[in-house]
Design a binder for this molecule. Structure first.
Ligand code: KIV
Length: 267
């Protein structure tokens, strides 16, 4: 029996209006194996790794080498899940040749099946260049975290008629540039519904309501690893932080008491 085949970009594109797409972020091989064992469609090595792995307060310090490294780790743990790597800040904005070279590294050195980058009309030429070279591109509109300083914080985007019209124009621009699907982050539900109805590729929402064709969450957020992070859009499917602390403190107590290792765990 051959290896399981990962879901492809054309297969994801064909899911428009069909079975909902499920996407989660991941940064290492151990979690990649767990994710690959369940019914997940897409894994994203997000530049959110700057916040949940590296401890920064934004995604801006993440480098291309960081994402290549984590993508390679995740790729080793996956067999059947479509793998997307995020393009970090300033790896696609400077010029389109650099954008293509950097996207190529994520695919060739990282093992990604596709790349994701932020922005609408202003990112369309870079998207076109990467797609023309044969690399599928996932778009990202709405609250694009690499523009956090321009937005003045992590705030809901697309509020008001002018902002909504601009977001729709951005969505059309990246569809025309060749994106196979797009993330919509932190936008009002009616706008997510409008974009999803008007564009021919799947939308994957985070803080963008159930009107999207799919959903994405950051792995550490959905597992509840950060007690202090409670945004409205987030559903925590577990509260692992408490369970991790409990396990570590039992281990620590048993070592101090001399009850670990016992005979059952000794040679
Ligand atoms: O970096 C990331 O994890 C993302 C998702 C939240 C979509 O861009």
């Amino acid at each position: 029996m051959g290896a399981a085949k990962a879901l492809t970009a054309p297969e994801i594109m064909a899911r428009k209006g069909g079975a909902r797409l499920v996407m989660v972020t991941c940064y290492d091989a151990t979690f990649a194996r767990l994710i690959d064992a369940v019914d997940m469609d897409i894994v994203l090595v997000g530049d959110s790794l700057g916040m949940v792995v590296q401890g920064h307060d934004s995604t801006l310090p993440v480098t291309l080498d960081d994402v290549v490294y984590h993508t390679r780790c995740v790729a080793r743990g996956l067999a059947r899940t479509h793998l997307v790597a995020d393009m970090p800040f300033l790896t696609y904005q400077v010029n389109d040749d650099e954008a293509l070279r950097n996207a190529g590294r994520l695919v060739v050195d990282g093992g990604a099946h596709a790349v994701k980058l932020e922005g609408g009309e202003r990112s369309a030429p870079a998207i076109r260049r990467i797609v023309d070279a044969g690399i599928p591109v996932m778009g990202h509109l709405g609250l694009t975290p690499q523009s956090v300083h321009q937005f003045g914080g992590f705030k809901v985007q697309g509020r008001g008629e002018a902002a909504a019209e601009q977001l729709l124009a951005d969505a059309r621009a990246i569809v025309d540039a060749g994106c196979y699907c797009m993330v919509l982050e932190s936008i009002p539900a009616p706008l997510a519904a409008r974009v999803t109805a008007e564009i021919p590729i799947p939308t994957i929402g985070i803080g963008a309501s159930a009107h999207c064709d799919g959903q994405v969450l950051v792995l550490h957020d959905l597992l509840g690893l950060d007690d202090g992070f409670e945004p409205k859009f987030l559903k925590k499917y577990d509260r692992l932080s408490g369970r991790v602390r409990d396990a570590l403190s039992v281990y620590s107590r048993e070592v101090r008491e001399g009850t670990f290792p016992d005979d059952a765990h000794s040679f």
